[in-house]
Design a protein around this ligand. Structure first.
Ligand SMILES: NC(=O)c1ccc[n+]([C@@H]2O[C@H](COP(=O)([O-])OP(=O)(O)OC[C@H]3O[C@@H](n4cnc5c(N)ncnc54)[C@H](O)[C@@H]3O)[C@@H](O)[C@H]2O)c1
Length: 355
């Protein structure tokens, strides 16, 4: 079975995708600096996979290091090659993802996201590995002109984080010009939420969370006093902003589908939205949470945040046509699984880290 390098494999999307890929039979090398994750997450992936220790030792290897370190990357490619089992493809999650932080520290974002990816691509070129699935983001559409958003929509990111993702898409496109053997999938995620249904892995924000689901979780456990809803005057039915939420397991399965597609078609660069095609307002999400966790969640409506938009919903039809993939899980499952993870891990992976 093919061998994959998963950069950022210990993170939120990386852990869920690694699990799906392990279950599909792939051998994995996970590379992570653990700047925003914990090695415990990978222990939990092993646990859910049900593989015994011999199978795990053979099929799941972990390297701690930074994607900006070319020697480190080259060493991974070389070691695998010498073992007679070279890396066939890369799933590239590693990077920084906070919009706010990117505004405050743009140089860090350009360095980690852009230079990191450039270094990774250099190592791939040198080692004749030319298949990559890249984590792009719906952020690159900025304020979209029409809804649902198609892949052909104008790319107009409005923050440094989004600009790094758009720039990486450009680099990937340029690569196909110098070598037509590249197989590339740019996956533009909408809003990944929820957790694995076991509650063993989930989103584990190390700093203050910015995204709606982790914030609601913290309000529900009284860690945060009140949920701030940014804007109560948007042109939507209940006046709060609407987003396309995607269950993390649906997203993970989207990566498996993209990889299968790349490996079984002629080399190409494919760009796909991964979203549900449905939008939910902040108040609809709050209402679903209140039903699932059976408590009233205090919220207050405050001013809009700069750069936010009223509605962001994917047109995911290209992913269905090309990959045969579409989301299966409902908002209720997203909330139920996200809450289950929170209840079982009130401090994320911290408690197990301290043992
Ligand atoms: N979660 C989202 O809402 C979302 C939406 C769109 C796109 N994305 C993109 O998907 C990818 C994964 O996101 P996530 O939510 O799993 O984030 P995450 O922070 O949970 O995972 C990223 C992982 O990369 C690692 N990492 C960061 N910098 C690194 C470096 N220089 N070298 C090695 N490892 C490094 C982190 O330790 C972490 O484990 C990111 O590229 C992100 O920009 C995420």
């Amino acid at each position: 079975m093919a061998k994959l390098l998963i950069t950022g494999g210990a993170g939120f999307i990386g852990t869920h995708t690694s699990l799906v890929l392990l279950e599909a039979g792939y051998d994995l090398i996970i590379l992570d600096s653990f700047i925003n994750s914990s090695p415990i997450a990978l222990k939990r992936v092993s646990q859910i996979s049900g593989l015994n220790s011999t199978e795990l030792a053979r099929r799941l290897k972990t390297y701690t290091g930074d994607i900006r370190d070319l020697d480190f990357l080259e060493n991974i490619f070389k070691t695998c090659g010498q073992e007679g089992n070279p890396i066939d493809a890369v799933i590239h999650f590693a990077g920084l993802k906070s919009v706010d932080e990117s505004v405050k520290n743009p140089l860090l974002y350009w360095d980690v996201n852009l230079n990191g990816t450039k270094t990774l691509l250099t190592a791939m070129e040198k080692n004749n590995c030319r298949t990559i699935v890249f984590s792009s983001s719906a952020t690159i559409y900025g304020k979209a002109q029409s809804i649902p958003i198609q892949e052909t929509a104008k790319i107009q990111p409005i923050n440094p984080y989004g600009k790094t993702k758009a720039a990486i898409e450009n680099i990937l496109s340029d690569l196909t010009g110098i070598n037509p053997n590249w197989r590339i999938a740019c996956l533009r995620y909408f809003n990944p939420v929820g957790a694995h249904p076991t509650g063993l892995i989930g989103e584990n924000p190390l700093g203050t969370p910015n995204n709606l689901f982790p914030v609601i979780n913290q309000v529900a456990i009284n860690k945060l006093k009140v949920l701030k809803i940014f804007g109560g005057d948007w042109p939507t039915p209940d006046k709060t902003a609407m987003r396309d939420y995607i269950h993390i397991m649906d997203l993970a399965e989207g990566h498996l589908a993209a990889l299968n597609y790349l490996q079984n078609s002629t080399p190409e660069l494919i760009t796909l939205n991964l979203g549900s095609g449905k939008g939910y307002s902040v108040l609809e999400v709050v209402s679903e949470y209140q039903k699932v966790c059976r408590k009233k969640l205090p919220f207050e409506v405050v001013n809009r945040r700069q750069g936010d938009s009223a509605i962001s919903i994917a047109d995911p039809s290209k992913a269905l046509t090309k990959l045969g993939w579409q989301t299966k899980r409902t908002l209720n499952e997203m909330v139920r699984d996200g809450w289950n993870w929170q209840v079982k891990n009130p401090k994320g992976y911290l408690e197990e880290e301290r043992k």
